[in-house]
Design a protein around this ligand. Structure first.
Ligand code: ADP
Ligand code: MG
Length: 246
């Protein structure tokens, strides 16, 4: 695959905390238009990877290339404005602001009218009726939608979602997955960290598996769930409904 087909590439990306190698030389490429899943046991380095890729942590080694540009070491807002958006595992809206105000607070450089863009996103996500509600009064699931709404204000080429389904009721989960599919059909690429394997199975093209800071396997969901090293990594952790490691 040629370089221009890759929207996001990390090479030997490394982040250490003292003696801990939270990301240990991760080389991962996401082709344009793909929905990539990242799975792995708790503490395997998934959120660290998001933080290192999106500028919230400075890497201790390696590089990040986004849409052909080396963005290693760039500040988070600069990366976001370039079109690499992300959400957080722990949602953090401005609680004393309304949903709409939260969206308008996103700093963009895009040349669209921000208010019109916010209206468009509110209606796309079916949350226009709560636009004037305080963010603090929203359920956890609705706050996840607000996070997605805020990211969409950036008109991103890639969206990285850290556990979009966690703490969200099944109906809303399904809606969020539908939005991800719709956005993907329009050309947005995704990187999704998620513990819920039914979610991973239903939306991702390819899965990358992390264990102890390293990338240990890659393939379709069915390929990686058969992988011996992957099953080993999950042993002793919560089994899914089918009683399998993943
Ligand atoms: P995951 O998202 O896969 O559950 P994390 O990336 O959050 O894993 O964490 C990977 C490892 O790095 C864990 O051992 C965690 O305790 C450690 N870690 C993450 N962030 C920090 C930090 N800011 N300071 C020190 N250790 C951290
Ligand atoms: Mg995490």
């Amino acid at each position: 695959m040629s370089d221009s087909d890759i929207i996001l590439r990390t090479e030997e990306l490394t982040k250490t905390f003292g003696a801990l190698r939270a990301n240990d030389g991760i080389s991962l490429s996401v082709p344009r238009g793909e929905i990539r899943g990242i799975i792995g046991p708790n503490g395997s380095g998934k959120t660290t990877f998001f933080n290192t890729v999106t500028g919230f942590y400075q890497p201790d080694g390696g590089s990040v290339t986004f849409d052909g540009t080396d963005i290693t070491g760039w500040k988070p807002h600069k990366i976001a404005r370039r079109g690499l958006g992300r959400t957080f595992q722990i949602v953090s809206p401005f609680e004393n602001m309304t949903v709409r105000q939260n969206m308008l607070a996103v700093q963009t450089t895009a040349d669209f009218d921000k208010r019109a863009r916010a209206d468009e996103i509110l209606s796309f996500l079916d949350i226009d009726h709560v636009a004037e509600n305080q963010a603090s009064g929203m359920s956890g699931g609705q706050q996840k939608l607000l996070e997605l709404a805020r990211v969409l204000m950036l008109d991103p080429k890639v969206i990285m979602l850290d556990e979009p389904a966690a703490g969200v009721n099944p109906a809303l989960q399904e809606r969020i997955m539908d939005h991800i599919r719709d956005l993907n059909e329009e050309g947005t690429s995704f990187v999704v960290v998620e513990h819920d394997m039914s979610v991973i199975r239903s939306i991702v093209d390819t899965v990358s598996v992390f264990d102890q800071g390293a990338l240990i396997a890659e393939g379709t969901f069915d390929e990686v769930r058969q992988d011996k090293q992957v099953r080993q990594a999950y042993l002793g952790t919560t089994a899914d409904d089918e009683g399998l490691p993943i």
